[in-house]
Design a protein around this ligand. Structure first.
Ligand SMILES: *Cc1c(COP(=O)(O)O)cnc(C)c1O
Length: 219
């Protein structure tokens, strides 16, 4: 597949859902992809990318940003508090805010730096033990806590269990967002972004369908 095919499919899904053209942001997930594949997508004019590791992004993106200064980088993977400062330096948005300690650290750094990336609260909709994210029953309280810290919460993010119907998880995320007055929904990947758009996604995170299968192991 290609960038053009994915953007066409997004446009179609927006129209089918009766949503405005351009209301869904495509985050091209470039983790572990070779530089020439990333370069090819940049050359086609795409500027919004996602990485799941701070270290990897810090190594790979400054060079691209020299030539493409309008690149927007989204952190979509878990964030350790000791990497929070580095994450704030490299990313325009962070999709993995999921615990009070991290929220407090980001709030303190935002005060100090005078700016903060756009934030998405990650919700562990499948209540999976090994997965990051705040539990659904704790989400309202945590969102309120983030707001009390003056953090710029743009919306919610989820990563459904691999063996379950993603639509149920997207619908749950949309419901939690709605009752908290949030309209940003980061949900949908290569295999299910059209379903996510039908259920209100504003940010889809698509990797392999744009770049091809990831050549190196590692999530
Ligand atoms: C890798 C990753 C994606 C993209 O996955 P694809 O199936 O390649 O589209 C999306 N979201 C997160 C959090 C990821 O880690």
């Amino acid at each position: 597949m290609s960038l053009q095919e994915i953007t066409d499919r997004i446009a179609k899904a927006e129209a089918t859902a009766g949503r405005a053209a351009g209301s869904v942001h495509l985050i091209a997930v470039s983790k572990v992809q070779p530089d020439q594949r990333v370069e090819a997508v940049l050359a086609q004019g795409h500027r919004c990318f996602g990485e799941n590791r701070v270290q990897e992004a810090a190594g790979k993106w400054p060079g691209f940003k020299d030539r493409y200064p309008d690149v927007q980088l989204h952190l979509i993977g878990p964030l350790q508090t000791n990497k929070a400062r580095q994450a704030m330096e490299h990313f325009d948005a962070i999709h993995s805010i999921d615990r009070p300690k991290l929220a407090k650290t980001l709030a303190r750094l935002a005060q100090e730096i005078g700016a903060c990336p756009e934030l998405f609260v990650q919700v562990n909709t499948g209540e999976e033990e090994q997965k990051a994210g705040i539990l659904p029953m704790d989400a309202d309280g945590f969102i309120a806590e983030c707001r009390a810290l003056d953090l710029p919460v743009r919306g919610l993010m989820c990563l459904p269990p691999v063996d379950e119907e993603p639509a149920l998880h997207f619908a749950l995320l949309a419901k939690i967002a709605e009752r908290n007055g949030l309209d940003g929904l980061s949900m949908g990947m290569s295999g299910d972004f059209e379903t996510a758009i039908a259920l209100g996604a504003t940010h889809v995170r698509v990797g392999s369908a744009i770049f091809g299968e990831r050549v190196k192991p590692g999530e």
